[in-house]
Write a protein that binds this ligand. Structure first.
Ligand code: G3D
Length: 185
């Protein structure tokens, strides 16, 4: 048995999921992870490298990798792709100026072979800010319908400040991954 198969087997046994949080810098990735984890979100510093948080959700252990999104470090995202079960793409729905950049980076990421089987949750974050685009509007601007038909994806509006939408999104992601990986349970 190869090493990869052994790792997969252990992972299945421990009901672990590896989730990668990406998106442009300042979209709210770190705040979302902190809010889900019940931490104080009033003091947040930019993610320069990456943070890993382990969260127990229902009967699953989620290893969430929050990777910095600054332009200069986006080329390092590929170092984190291996064994990713779920991808969370976070959008700042109030940052209309950078939506083109956001669309380009997302579609670029989705070309990656190693992420082809990952479920994709798009968080249209910062819905609490007046003038933010709705999830439907974000879906149009990002041209999500153009994605490969085999991709499991969903867009959910949320606010990392109020917590609105976060559990809805996370729940869909975990159930979708579970239905693929743990379908024999
Ligand atoms: P990042 O990890 O994607 O780079 P951060 O983003 O989590 O560091 O958040 C970037 C800024 O956006 C932070 O503000 C944070 O408080 C704010 N933010 C994150 N989510 C929300 C949200 O849902 N609503 C609002 N209004 N703001 C949000 P600062 O001022 O620290 O730069």
């Amino acid at each position: 048995m190869g090493l990869l198969s052994i790792i997969r087997k252990i992972k299945r046994k421990e009901k672990e999921m590896r989730i990668l949080m990406v998106g442009l810098d300042n979209s709210g990735k770190t705040t979302i992870v902190m809010k889900i984890n019940g931490e104080d979100t009033s003091v947040i510093s930019p993610t320069l490298g990456f943070n890993i948080k382990t969260i127990i959700y229902e009967k699953y252990t989620l290893n969430i990798w929050d990777v910095g999104g600054q332009k200069t470090i986006r080329s390092y995202w590929r170092n984190y792709f291996e064994q990713t079960d779920g991808l969370v793409w976070v959008v700042d729905s109030s940052d209309l100026r950078r939506l083109d950049d956001c669309k380009y980076e997302l579609h670029n990421l989705l070309k990656e072979e190693r992420l082809s089987g990952a479920s994709l949750l798009i968080f249209a974050n910062k819905q609490d800010i007046q003038g933010s685009l709705s999830p439907d509007e974000i879906a149009k601007v990002l041209n999500l319908e153009a994605m490969d038909k085999s991709r499991h994806w969903r867009i959910v509006g949320c606010s990392a400040y109020t917590g609105e939408g976060l559990l809805d999104g996370l729940d869909w992601l975990v159930q979708d991954i579970a239905s693929r990986i743990y379908m024999l349970d």
